[in-house]
Design a protein around this ligand. Structure first.
Ligand SMILES: [Zn+2]
Length: 101
């Protein structure tokens, strides 16, 4: 079973996705990596191979965007709160279920 991690990219991605070879151009910031590769994998491959990690990445990016853009406001705009709630719901639906011991 392959393992995936979310890492911070200091520079924009310019290489190719190591799984499918498609150009993986993207902004710097959080990205999904397979443990055995140094280049980030594309969203399409991530959704096939690690959908819960893509959902977690979406949640982290949404929270980062809301936090950076509206930290000076007491309450962010409703549209962004709904984006955050939607990303959290997507993650909770895709997250692996914990087994009771
Ligand atoms: Zn790919």
């Amino acid at each position: 079973m392959e393992c995936f991690t979310i890492r911070m990219l200091e520079e924009s991605a310019r290489g190719a996705c190591p799984k499918c070879g498609d150009p993986a151009a993207g902004p710097n910031g959080l990205a999904l990596f397979a443990d055995d590769d140094d280049e980030p994998i594309c969203r399409a491959c991530g959704k096939k191979m690690a959908p819960s990690m893509v959902a977690l990445l979406d949640l982290a990016r949404t929270a980062e965007r809301v936090g950076k853009s509206y930290r000076h406001l007491l309450t962010p705009p409703m549209e962004l709160l709904l984006d955050l709630a939607s990303a959290a719901e997507n993650y909770s639906r895709s997250a692996p279920k914990l087994r009771a011991t």
